[in-house]
Design a protein around this ligand. Structure first.
Ligand SMILES: [Ca+2]
Ligand SMILES: [Ca+2]
Ligand SMILES: [Ca+2]
Length: 408
């Protein structure tokens, strides 16, 4: 009995080690192994059809493999390098900017078996032209701030939903919203996937920075892996900006702001002890109200008594030139942030290839469906007030026909 089993498994091993287009057969009816089909061994469709700038997910049947390695290559497409490796994942998440027929070769390999197969992806032109701009705001959640409740304007009765809609009305028209102090964020999306074109920057986020007034925000990216139409917590990646490895950057920073009393909100002049805060660096204190903006600085549609934000805090960039509090300079960081360089500057445009995962490893995303921008500064600069990222809009550069090389 023992020998018999051994003989069977040896037979299976020999059979699978040859390329799977080869037919294996056994006249021994007790052989329960399930050989790889010779036709269509990965059980793929003969072809797949998708609109350009829309994701298609190709899932091969890998039940005959143990921890296989996969290689997906485009082998025939004008203007695409022959045999270009596009993925090494166990499924292919594919998106193309240009319509046409893409022939894909996939190789699946484990230590017993190698299978090669080809199939086509037919990429069609969309029936309704895409917008090159933001089409949807999923969430607008500012921190405290001197423009909060003004940009966009809060009115009595507004809720999170109506404020999301107001932020969307602004951003689809390239009009400004404020994110307030540290951690305040906006999450938005497009009516198509922004394709990660190799060697090119893929999107621009517009802020309101001018030289020496930089209020950098961090960019998070997601693509809709589970195709539910919205960003999920496990779908986010971060654009690695120039200060990612700066020892003064605090990763995992957390701060809570407490809702001020109606009495404090009603004071129409500048004063220091306005909004109480506490962070995870052992610091607490108050954020000031200034004499220029008299409305509440706490987002009024949020009913909770406090709001907590988490993220990476970039080093302070404000200098009081002359030391009398009248002349502040907030110089830009090198690259990779929103509201850092002027909005049409190349460094306000981003390459999806700069994305990293939570461990800081570079990731290869086919494209993105969602962007989150949050204010990465926790700083006050005299009469300038709190440093607050502003967002004015975002563009898919490829749909705009704007060609900007990535950083060298
Ligand atoms: Ca790119
Ligand atoms: Ca999703
Ligand atoms: Ca700004």
């Amino acid at each position: 009995m023992k020998n018999y089993k051994f003989r069977l498994s040896t037979f299976a091993l020999l059979c699978f080690s040859t390329v799977a287009f080869y037919s294996c057969s056994s006249d021994d009816n007790s052989d329960t192994s399930d050989p790889i089909p010779t036709e269509n061994p990965l059980n793929l469709a003969p072809n797949y059809t998708v609109d350009r700038s829309k994701l298609v997910f190709i899932k091969p049947d890998l039940k005959h493999f143990t921890n296989p390695n996969l290689q997906w290559k485009v082998i025939e497409q004008k203007n695409v390098v022959k045999d270009s490796l596009i993925s090494q994942d166990t499924q292919l998440d594919f998106v193309a900017l240009k319509d046409g027929k893409y022939t894909i070769a996939v190789e699946a390999k484990d230590n017993k078996t190698t299978v090669n197969q080809e199939f086509d992806i037919i990429v069609q032109k969309e029936s309704q032209p895409y917008s090159s701009k933001i089409t949807k705001v999923f969430e607008y959640r500012p921190s405290y701030g001197q423009y909060v409740n003004k940009l966009p304007k809060y009115e009595e009765g507004d809720t999170q939903e109506t404020m999301n809609q107001k932020a969307e009305d602004n951003l689809v028209n390239d009009k400004m919203i404020t994110l307030g102090g540290f951690g305040g964020y906006v999450i938005f999306g497009f009516d198509h996937t922004i394709v990660n074109v190799p060697g090119k920057r893929d999107f621009r986020v517009l802020g309101n920075a001018f030289p020496n007034s930089s209020e950098p925000g961090i960019v998070m990216l997601a693509y809709d892996k589970n195709q539910n139409g919205k960003p999920d917590d496990d779908e986010w990646y971060e654009i690695k900006g120039s200060e990612y490895a700066n020892p003064k950057t605090i990763h995992n920073y957390e701060i809570t702001f407490y809702k001020p009393s109606a009495k404090l909100d009603a004071i129409n002049k500048g004063f220091d002890e306005y909004i109480k805060y506490k962070n995870n660096q052992g610091e607490e204190g108050y954020k000031a109200k200034n004499s220029y903006h008299n409305q509440s600085y706490y987002p009024l549609w949020i009913n909770e008594e406090s709001i907590t934000f988490k993220g990476s805090k970039l080093p302070n960039n404000a200098t009081d030139i002359g030391g009398n509090g009248n002349n502040w300079k907030l110089p830009a960081y090198e690259y990779g942030y929103v509201d850092n360089h002027p909005k049409y500057h190349d460094e306000s445009a981003f390459d999806i290839a700069w994305a990293i995962d939570k461990q800081g490893n570079s990731v290869k995303l086919p494209g993105i469906d969602f962007i989150k921008v949050y204010n990465a500064m926790d700083q006050e600069a005299g009469w300038f007030g709190e440093t607050s990222t502003e967002v004015v809009g975002a563009w898919d550069l490829h749909e705009k026909g704007i060609n900007i090389e990535t950083r060298k």
